[in-house]
Design a protein around this ligand. Structure first.
Ligand SMILES: [Zn+2]
Length: 117
C-alpha cells in the first residue's frame, strides 16, 4: 500500500514508528493518519517500512494499525474505543504495564462487568 519514510529519532512521539529498541522513525506526513485499532486493517513491516493491508479495506474506512505491534512504550497510554470484539481496553506499548490511570480504568471496567453479570 505504501512505504513510510522520515527522520530517525531516539524517542517516541505521536508521529513515530519504533524500528528498533532505541530508534523511532518520525514520519509527520503519514503516521498521524494511522489510528489505533485492536483489530487493525493495516500492518507495518518495520524491517522494510512497508504498510500493507491486513484485511479488506472498504471505502470510507479509517486506516488503522495496532500501536502495540510496533511500540515498546507508547508516548501516551489511553483507553481504546476501537469497538472491536478483540479490544484490549487500555492501550500500552508491548513492553509496558498499564500506568496508574490505566490500572484504575481497568479496575472500573472489571467492576462494571461484574455488576452487569
Ligand atoms: Zn481496542
Amino acid at each position: 500500500m505504501a512505504r513510510l519514510s522520515g527522520v530517525l529519532v531516539n524517542h517516541p512521539t505521536l508521529d513515530t514508528i519504533q524500528i528498533s529498541p532505541t530508534l523511532h522513525m518520525h514520519d509527520r506526513w503519514f503516521c498521524r493518519f494511522l489510528l489505533h485499532s485492536c483489530d487493525p486493517n493495516l500492518a507495518i513491516d518495520t524491517s522494510t517500512m512497508e504498510v500493507r493491508a491486513a484485511r479488506e479495506i472498504e471505502p470510507g474506512d479509517y486506516l488503522s494499525i495496532d500501536y502495540a505491534a510496533t511500540e515498546d512504550v507508547l508516548g501516551r497510554q489511553f483507553a481504546c474505543g476501537c469497538g472491536s470484539p478483540r479490544c484490549r481496553g487500555w492501550m500500552t506499548g508491548r513492553r509496558e504495564q498499564p500506568n496508574e490511570e490505566g490500572r484504575a480504568w481497568l479496575a472500573n471496567k472489571a467492576t462494571a462487568r461484574t455488576s452487569n453479570d
